[in-house]
Design a protein around this ligand. Structure first.
Ligand SMILES: *Cc1c(COP(=O)(O)O)cnc(C)c1O
Length: 631
């Protein structure tokens, strides 16, 4: 729980670019005929101002200049004189630069709404602070406590005394419940030394040092370069997190609170970890008959076709209540006519097996191409099966077989079968949205996915992306009333987005938000990139720790990775509990012929999360080995 935020003033909350002290120092030294460069001044910003003057006077060039210009005044007295002048100069510029930085108003609102106390520490003197406080208050910023080093026996940054005094006044004892935010290295050190979460702000901070106007006039590459350098400097000083805008503190606090509330990360292939904003969508109730909801449904259907790189001229998205298997069963049960049709099912894992079970249940004539779980279904094998079974009219295969994480080469198999006039069905449940899929290039007839996989929504409905021409010829095929894909499609089309039976409204709203967030991330390309990064990091890291892979790296998907048990008597339950207690839920294995476990890479998961997981597994593995040695 975050109880308080301790904020710096110039460059962090007011005075974009931290211009006031710079201008005042420059003018104060100029008053004594000494020309100071901005770089010289910026090196030690964040210190208390008298210390800062003394520090600058130690530079040979500056001390020589003083001696040359003021032979009658000894260097020891110079600091006091320049400091006095600085106070005159700063008073002139403070008023102009006391504007709240962008994002501050939102942060203040957020803190008030969440009962998070605000306090400040500063390199300002008390006199300067007294001038700034009413100007900030006019803009709605009234921190409960404002500490200068005059209140801590002149012990300022990077020592923790000012933060500690603020905490004492706020009645807070645990520094891990406090966030210290600032824009300089001394700010970061102050936070670290006090034991708080220490966060660096980059935009409008001292390390960039440009006014808002100057900064906005830079091209994007320059701005990036400034960001990168400033962020690296603060990170090197030990910052726990870096934010650009001070307003970015809001989502950061939310995510810290989530972690502290023991909200575990699901490293499982759906349900998976969704964003807070996706979850929040579900706090509102909606009726199924509502026009807005029907329009939203139509928009979702449209977006899904677009993500499949197709248009609604040829393809349509039919949503079906229930989990992913409901979509597979609806598609199989509706696609295959009741007479003169045979389905070929290629199976190299549990989800291929499930399609066989569905065909059994629905009494659909079918033949099976059985492939070992650690090998892909190849075009050659499919063609061989077709040659042996000329009666086959329909074909079904899984894209990413979540059993192992293996990726079957649908881009070679499906177009070839389309050429032969065979109707194709792909279970792309765990890959759609996370791996690029081009429906029109594949010419696939049915492709099934669900709300709780790579689009990163919550469980509640499945999705069948169907070639319109094929689907339109399936009236009367269905073996089930509720799972009649054709009837479902007709209702969406004829009633402007109305679902056939009661639909999971909350889930649909959450899914729409997830679609918008997929777009914001940069679409499927960006998402694949992130998943790939996660997977590579995980796989390499685990291999370094001695864990072996179940399938070959060349056929590994970015979705989920399977690892063999490291030893014959490996206690998966204990391993699972250890990770669960530390915030990660992993997945048991499903491979039939070897003992394994799985770790998913999909969902709202970053490389940072994977690194934290690997650290835990490293510790666990070392302890486990230790125990075995003792045995
Ligand atoms: C998740 C998944 C399914 C659907 O499983 P449900 O439990 O019904 O949601 C089907 N196929 C694959 C490959 C999957 O990963």
């Amino acid at each position: 729980m975050i109880e308080a935020i301790v904020l710096d003033w110039a460059g962090t909350t007011i005075d974009y670019g931290s211009r006031a002290p710079i201008i005042a120092f420059k003018n104060a030294f100029a008053h004594f005929f000494i020309d100071l460069s901005e770089d010289t001044i910026r090196q030690d910003v964040g210190l208390d101002k008298l210390t800062h003057v003394r520090k600058m006077l130690q530079e040979p060039e500056i001390s020589n200049s003083w001696i040359a210009n003021h032979p009658d005044t000894p260097l020891e007295k110079a600091a006091a004189e320049i400091y006095a002048q600085f106070q005159i100069e700063i008073n002139k510029v403070l008023a102009e630069t006391a504007q709240l930085k962008p994002g501050m108003t939102d942060l203040i609102k957020f803190a008030n709404a969440h009962h998070i106390q605000l306090a400040t520490t500063t390199g300002y003197t008390q006199a300067m602070l007294d001038q700034v406080l009413p100007l900030a208050a006019e803009q709605g910023y009234k921190p409960a406590y404002n500490i200068t080093s005059e209140q801590t026996n002149h012990v300022g940054r990077p020592k923790p005394d000012m933060v500690e005094l603020a905490m004492k006044k706020m009645n807070i004892t645990d520094p891990s419940h406090v966030i210290k935010v600032g824009d300089t290295v001394n700010d970061i050190l102050e936070g670290k030394n006090a034991g708080t979460i220490s966060i660096g702000v980059v935009d409008g901070g001292n390390l960039i040092g440009l006014s808002e106007e100057e900064f906005s006039q830079l091209d994007i590459e320059h701005r990036d370069r400034y960001h990168t350098i400033a962020a690296a400097t603060l990170k090197e000083a030990g910052a726990d997190e870096i934010i650009n805008n001070i307003g970015d503190l809001i989502p950061l606090i939310e995510s810290i609170e989530d972690q502290q509330h023991d909200m575990p990360l699901l490293l499982t292939p759906g349900p998976l970890t969704t964003s807070k904003t996706v979850k929040e969508t579900m706090l509102v109730d909606h009726g199924t008959w509502d026009d807005d909801y029907k329009e939203l449904t139509q928009w979702v259907r449209h977006e899904l076709v677009t993500i499949g790189n197709a248009t609604e001229k040829d393809y349509t998205a039919v949503l079906m209540q229930g989990s992913g298997s409901f979509g597979v069963e609806a598609a199989i049960g509706t696609a295959v006519p009741k007479t003169n049709a045979t389905l070929l099912i290629a199976a190299n894992g549990a989800y291929g097996e499930r399609m066989i079970e569905i065909a059994d249940y629905l009494a659909i004539p079918h033949v099976v191409l059985q492939v070992p779980e650690d090998q892909t279904v190849t075009l050659a094998a499919v063609e061989e099966a077709l040659a042996a079974h000329p009666e086959v009219t329909h074909f079904a295969v899984v894209h990413c077989e979540t059993t192992t994480g293996i990726l079957n080469p649908i881009e070679t198999i499906i177009p070839t079968l389309a050429d032969k006039g065979i109707i194709t069905l792909v279970d792309a449940m765990s890959s759609f949205g996370g791996v690029p899929i081009d429906l029109e290039k594949l010419r696939v007839d049915y492709l099934v996915t669900s709300s709780n996989k790579c689009v990163q929504g919550v469980p509640g409905f499945s999705i069948v992306l169907a070639k319109k021409h094929t689907l339109q010829a399936t009236e009367g095929n269905a073996r089930s009333l509720a799972l009649d894909l054709y009837a479902q499609y007709q209702t969406f089309e004829n009633q402007a987005g109305k679902w056939r039976f009661t639909s999971p409204t909350h889930v649909v709203y959450a899914f729409a938000e997830a679609l918008r967030e997929l777009e914001q991330e940069g679409g499927v390309t960006a998402r694949t990139h992130r998943y790939n990064n996660n997977e590579t990091l995980l796989r390499k890291g685990m291999q370094e720790l001695g864990y072996e892979l179940v399938i070959d790296e060349s056929v590994q998907s970015p979705i989920i990775t399977s690892f063999k048990f490291p030893t014959a008597d490996f206690n998966f339950r204990a391993f699972y509990e250890y990770l669960k207690n530390r915030g990660f839920i992993i997945y048991p294995g499903k491979v039939s012929k070897c003992d394994s476990f799985r770790i998913g890479n999909i969902g709202e998961i970053s490389a940072d999360d994977i690194s934290r997981l690997l650290d835990l597994i490293k510790t666990y593995t070392a302890e486990e080995l230790q125990l075995q040695v003792q045995k």
